[in-house]
Write a protein that binds this ligand. Structure first.
Ligand code: HEM
Length: 406
């Protein structure tokens, strides 16, 4: 706005300015009032704290995600602009790439994580979910984050990748660095990067061909080198993408689903009555909690978006979580409803970068919620849930619960 309050025609002056800091602890503790402010302020806003544009309504988030030529990823999907700053690690060959480079690497990961690949791991994933629920029924009272949301993916995903048993304790801390690093240079980001060296060393080593068990997702990526689809130097970096994005995301996704089902007993009852709703109950948790809250894009040219003119080289912050609860798009957006038609939510993104691991995430979520629904009668929260703070991920640090067998 100009001093008189009327929007000028171009540049940051043409859109409402907000003093919201979406990377502040108070924001993380309860983002919903700020999400509403962001949506209501206008289709495009400007965040003075970090000098970036923001979009929080569904229509604009969807539009930005689906115009990768104008809103590119190769300059980084965090605040840092790779054209102006050196990235903290070599950029991702898929997430931080644009077509045509992206098209080639994406094809490789799409094949490695295809529906056929899911069929091969499904029984193992389902059996591990049953075993985890057995162990939890023995305990009755436990931490639904450490003992369920973390323990379950840790019991299957590193094996599915083909990782060695040693050193796996680096996986979640590494992912935490990756997702904090998308944020601005606040304490979370600086501290995460400062402590990242041992985690980075572990990951770099595990991505090498010799360290990955035959038949796993990692070995399948390296096998593409033999077909000439990718080079031997690209393969380890693509394995790194799975180590970066494949574990902490599902931890927070499963944590979100359990937290929702524990908080909303009517929805838990519906799931118990019909466990085939498990897949949608997980999907709705991804919409409702949006484990991945935000991503940035960078403009490749001056562009007009819903009446706002954004110059070239500007960072645009997409509030995926706010779009997933935009009343312009969703009926009763703040209700967790496991029978909702969830398609179109942007919790996994949209367009060419839409989560390439979504089938893995959905499979884990489905088999875990199915196992719980069949075997557990009640989930009660028995203590104050504690939040885990991260510049990109939303989730809990602990959720004390007691379960009753069916
Ligand atoms: C609930 C769990 C998950 C959520 C909420 C999630 C969310 C997302 C989102 C929002 C994007 C879009 C990024 C963008 O547009 O810039 C994305 C991309 C990606 N995800 Fe996931 N993800 C999850 C699980 C996984 C898993 C299990 C894997 C690997 C096995 C994975 C690997 C990736 C990769 C490699 C990309 C980049 C794709 C590309 O740029 O083409 N994700 N994810």
């Amino acid at each position: 706005m100009t001093a008189s309050g009327t929007p000028a025609s171009t540049g940051p002056a043409s859109v409402p300015h907000l003093d919201v800091d979406p990377f502040d602890m108070r924001f993380f503790a309860d983002p919903y009032p700020a999400h509403q402010r962001l949506r209501e302020a206008g289709p495009v806003v400007y965040l003075d704290k970090w000098n970036v544009y923001g979009v929080a309504r569904y229509a604009e988030v969807h539009a930005v995600l689906n115009d990768p030529a104008t809103f590119c990823s190769s300059r980084g999907v965090g605040l840092s602009d790779f054209k102006k700053e050196t990235p903290w690690r070599p950029p991702s060959l898929i997430l931080e790439a644009d077509p045509p480079a992206h098209t080639r690497t994406r094809a490789v990961l799409s094949k490695v994580l295809s529906p056929t690949a899911m069929k091969q791991v499904r029984d193992r994933f389902a059996a591990a979910a049953e075993e985890r629920v057995d162990a939890l029924l023995d305990k009755r009272s436990f931490d639904a984050i450490a003992d369920l949301a973390e323990a379950y993916p840790l019991s299957i995903f590193p094996d599915a990748l083909g990782l060695k048993p040693e050193g796996r304790e680096h996986l979640i801390p590494y992912a935490s660095v990756v997702f904090n690093a998308f944020g601005p240079p606040n304490e979370l980001r600086q501290q995460a990067i400062a402590r990242s060296a041992p985690h980075q060393a572990y990951v770099a080593e595990q991505c090498q061909r010799d360290n990955l068990a035959p038949g796993g997702f990692g070995a399948c990526i390296h096998a593409r080198v033999d077909d000439g689809e990718i080079t031997a130097t690209e393969a380890p970096l693509l394995v790194r993408s799975l180590l970066s994005a494949g574990l902490d995301t599902t931890v927070n996704g499963i944590g979100a689903a359990v937290y929702c089902l524990a908080r909303f007993p009517d929805q838990w009852q519906r799931l118990r009555d019909d466990p085939t709703l498990a897949r949608n109950a997980f999907e709705e948790a991804v919409r409702f909690e949006s484990p991945v809250q935000t991503f940035f894009r960078t403009t490749t040219r001056e562009v007009e978006l819903s009446g706002a003119t954004i110059g070239e080289g500007e960072k645009v912050l997409m509030f995926l979580a706010a779009a997933n609860r935009d009343p312009r798009r969703w009926d009763r957006p703040d209700s967790y409803d496991i029978t909702r038609r969830t398609s179109g939510h942007v919790g996994f993104g949209s367009g060419i970068h839409m989560c390439v691991g979504q089938l893995v995430a959905r499979l884990e979520g489905e088999v875990m919620l199915t196992a719980l629904a069949r075997r557990v009668a009640k989930i009660e929260i028995t203590g104050e849930p504690k939040r885990r703070f991260n510049n990109t991920l939303r989730g809990l640090d602990s959720l004390p619960v007691t379960i009753t067998p069916a």
